[in-house]
Ligand binder design. Structure first.
Ligand SMILES: [Zn+2]
Length: 87
């Protein structure tokens, strides 16, 4: 008998179901995934420079802005400590 069942083994695989994906650029699409519930991404094929062909800074989710704010706070604290130690 050469005939073999090539179906995935039952009971050991997560369910692979239709999932809705939402990108920070506003684009939405449906795919299939083992992920439970909707997926939120920051970049997709509709807005990534590789696909758009445009060279641009991708910061739709405001990550760079958040990073800069974080470091501004750190620098302010460092300056405060330095000023304190200088006394
Ligand atoms: Zn996108």
């Amino acid at each position: 008998m050469l005939e073999r069942t090539i179906m995935p083994k039952t009971g050991i695989h997560p369910t692979y179901e239709a999932t809705h994906v939402k990108c920070a650029c506003g684009s939405e699409f449906d795919t299939r995934s083992t992920h439970k519930g909707a997926i939120v991404v920051e970049i997709c094929s509709a807005c990534h420079p590789f696909f758009t062909g445009k060279q641009k800074l991708v910061d739709t989710a405001g990550r760079i802005e958040r990073f800069r704010r974080k470091f501004a706070a750190t620098d302010a604290k460092k300056a405060e400590i330095a000023a304190h130690e200088a006394k």
